[in-house]
Structure formats: C-alpha cells, structure tokens
Design a protein around this ligand. Structure first.
Ligand code: FAD
Length: 406
C-alpha cells in the first residue's frame, strides 16, 4: 500500500495526531490493505461479494477498531478510526461499506447504547470477526424520513414480535446480528433492538445484486414475520430508537467521509503514474496542461475534504467523553454532515476526472479508477443524501425554526 497522505501531513506539520499504540494499529491496517488488494480487485471484476475481506481483517484484528479492549477491540478514538478508514478507502467503497456498517453503525452503537450484558454478549464476537453486524433502518417506503417507517413491534410475554420489511441493508444477508428499528403498535414511538438473524421470523427476502456498482459489498432486503426478539435485546430506552439511529449515523458519516478521502488518494496515486507514463502527441500526457488541470482539481478536492473530516472526528471524540453536552452534539451533527457532503462529492468528482485522465481504459472495470467512479456515487446517497446533508447544514446556521423538514 502506498504511503498515505495523512502520514506525510503529520510529519510535515510536526503534529502528533496519534500515539504509538495507534501507529501500530495503522500499520496493521496497511498490512491488511496490502493483502486485500488482489482479492478485492478479483471480486470486483467478477462482480461478487469479497469473501476474503472479513477473514483478512479478522486475522489482523481489525474488526473491532473502536471497541473497548475489554471486549477484544482496540479501543481507538474516532480520529484514529477515521485514519484507518482512509487507508481502507484506497481499496474502494465496497470495503468501506462493510467496515463502516459493521463497526460504526453496528458495534459502536451497541457499545454506546447497550447495557453491560449486551456489550459482553455481542461485542467480543463482533470485534473478533466471528459475527458481522448490520444496521437496518431503511424501508421500501421510508428512506430519508425514517420516522415514517412501518415496521412494527409489540410485546408478547418475554419477547417482542417484529413485523415489516427493511430495504437496501448492507451486510444484510451475511450479518449474524443487526441493529433494527421498529415502531410500537401501541404509541407509534420508534425503538431499537439487537436482532439475531438466526431467530424465528427473520428472512432475507432478496439479494440486491442489480446495483449499479458496489459489487463487493452485500446488500439485501429483509422481511420480519413475527420475528422474535427477547426483551433483554431492546437497545437503549424504549421509545428512543430514533435517537439511537441518528447517533449511529454521526459515527457512520465520519467513516464514509474518511473512506472517500482514501478513494481520492488512490485516484491521485493511479493518475500521477498514468500521467507520467502514458505518451500521446509525442510527450507524457502529464505534460499537457489540461491533464495538469485535472490533477490539480483532484489534489484540491482531496485536501479540501481532509480537514472537515479530521475536525468532525476530533469533535466526535470530545463528545464521546462528554455525551450530555448538547451544544457539542449539535456541532458534531453539523460537522459530520459537512465532512460527508464535501468528501463524497469531491471523491465522485475526483473519480470522474481520473477516468478522464485514463481515457478509454478508464472506462473499463479493469482500470484502477473506473470502479471508484461507480462505487463512490453511493456515498452521496446512503447514511443521508446530499439534499438531507445540505438542509441540515443550512438549518444549523439559520436556526431550528428554519428546519426544512422534520
Ligand atoms: C448500496 C446501498 C447501501 C445501503 N445500506 C443501508 C444500510 O446498511 N442500512 C440502512 O438502513 N439503509 C441503507 N441504505 C439506504 C439509504 O440510506 C437510503 O437509500 C437513503 O437514506 C435515501 O433514502 P431513499 O433511497 O428512500 O430515498 P428518498 O428518501 O426517497 O429520497 C429520494 C430523493 O428525494 C430527496 N429528498 C427526500 N426528502 C427530502 C427533503 N425533505 N427535502 C429535499 N429533498 C428530499 C432525497 O435527497 C433524494 O434525492 C443503503 C442504500 C444503498 C444504495
């Protein structure tokens, strides 16, 4: 794996962003990335899920980066986790999606909202990679507006019974445990649950393989028919499910933005080499000024994305040690939206310019940049669309009474 830009920036400005333990963690990430390069490429070209991903990440103990050491994780803070995602992003958004959903939306949510029994029961399996996690919020008729969901739950004896459908769920058919959201049949308030996919009533109704890209990531549609959830698997307080869902997305958005940073780094590495070696009109294409313009925009996109992400990660780390600070929560909400909005749009633009630099070969799935163009597009949709991020950022300036949606 190429030297990452964050490393050189640290050296350049003489900042100590991370400690010795974190440096070792990031070295493990680099090793895993080296091992994943070929399997991820092969899976992409063959348009299938990369079944080597979890075994390789598990071997390098990378399935529980933010999970506390007592549960078998690294206990890393958000900034280090963001730097890890940046490295994984060089492999593409397929890898980023699995890791983001498993760690940021899955295990971190259980760590932050679960009681000690839930943490002891689920986190060691998740951190070792024995169990993959998923996050099931979206439904066929409820995407940007999750409060309009129709999946329901009702209490029956020692269990809750869940009924409904979840749509576009990453890791949906490979997850052992899922963080699932449903509405009470009694008062309509949303609660969150830890669901075991081996429970009666759980069904993977469809593998969503007709996606435009992101072939190496699993996406599924799920059905719940009187799905049995033991009462002790309610996650967080009854009726606070939307708070759980939104707090998970704060972490997730920083993860996705960091992955996009890695995509831009990979584009830059590939394009620099191509610009120096491909000869047209008697000289390397990098000597044509219009190709330099594309390269300039890719670097500018990359660097203008970096600090909003690091800022969001640093603020989130602060919030994690001061979780009741509502001013800080609002700031993290805004900053993580800015980070994801900028990074996902810049990464898509950078991937598009990279395809242009590569010319006809760039349009092939065999080129190193083609997959980034297709796979990065989803980052402007999942975990909050561009439009929802824009409205959130604008209303953070205008004030609550100007919120364009509820
Ligand atoms: C590959 C993939 C993986 C995914 N993984 C997961 C997952 O693991 N778990 C999960 O729960 N979900 C997942 N999703 C779902 C994703 O989060 C949703 O697609 C997303 O939130 C948008 O919802 P929607 O598709 O229903 O679009 P809609 O909400 O129907 O939006 C359609 C359009 O309307 C716009 N819009 C909506 N409301 C407003 C408004 N108030 N103002 C202005 N514009 C508005 C949107 O921005 C968008 O442009 C995944 C999606 C994809 C494509």
């Amino acid at each position: 794996m190429e030297e990452t830009f964050s490393k050189s920036i640290e050296q350049l400005v003489g900042l100590k962003l991370v400690g010795e333990k974190d440096v070792k963690l990031l070295e493990r990430v680099d090793k895993a990335c080296d091992e994943l390069l070929v399997p991820e490429y092969e899976a992409y070209v063959e348009r299938r899920f990369n079944s080597d991903l979890v075994p390789i990440l598990s071997k390098h103990k990378l399935m529980g980066i933010p999970i506390a050491e007592e549960y078998g994780g690294d206990g890393a803070g958000m900034l280090v986790h963001s730097l890890a995602m940046e490295r994984l992003g060089q492999l593409g958004m397929g890898v980023v999606t699995l890791v983001d959903v498993h760690q940021f939306l899955g295990s971190l949510t259980i760590q932050q909202w679960g009681n000690s029994e839930q943490r002891s029961r689920y986190l060691p399996e998740a951190a070792s990679g024995r169990a993959i996690l998923a996050y099931a919020l979206t439904e066929p008729e409820a995407g940007s507006d999750p409060a309009s969901m129709s999946t329901t739950f009702k209490a029956e004896g020692s269990k809750y019974l869940l009924n409904g459908e979840k749509y576009l769920i990453s890791n949906g058919s490979i997850a052992r445990y899922l963080v699932v959201f449903a509405k009470s049949v009694e008062d309509g308030r949303v609660s969150s649950f830890i669901v075991d996919s081996k429970s009666p009533g759980f069904k993977v109704s469809m593998h969503l393989s007709e996606k435009l890209g992101l072939f190496t990531s699993d996406t599924a549609q799920l059905e719940f028919h009187d799905l049995e959830v033991p009462k002790e698997d309610l996650l967080g307080p009854l009726g606070r499910g939307l708070s759980v869902a939104y707090s998970a997305l704060l972490n997730g958005r920083i993860g996705i933005a960091s992955g996009c940073l890695g995509v831009m780094e990979d584009c830059l590495i590939s394009c620099t080499e191509r610009a120096k070696t491909r000869v047209q009109h008697g000289k390397e294409i990098g000597k044509h000024q219009l190709i330099q313009l594309h390269l300039c925009r890719i670097v500018a996109d990359l660097e203008s994305s970096r600090w909003p992400i690091y800022m969001a990660a640093i603020l989130k780390e602060k919030l994690d040690s001061d979780p009741k600070n509502s001013d800080l929560l609002r700031e993290v909400d805004r900053q993580s939206a800015i980070a994801k909005f900028i990074a996902s749009n810049n990464a898509y633009d950078a991937a598009d310019r990279s395809v242009q630099i590569f010319g006809g070969f760039g349009y092939s799935i065999l080129s190193p940049v083609g997959k980034h163009l297709i796979d990065t597009r989803v980052a402007r949709i999942y975990e909050g669309t561009d439009e929802i991020m824009e409205l959130k950022i604008a209303s953070s300036i205008l004030g609550k009474e100007f919120e364009a949606y509820r």
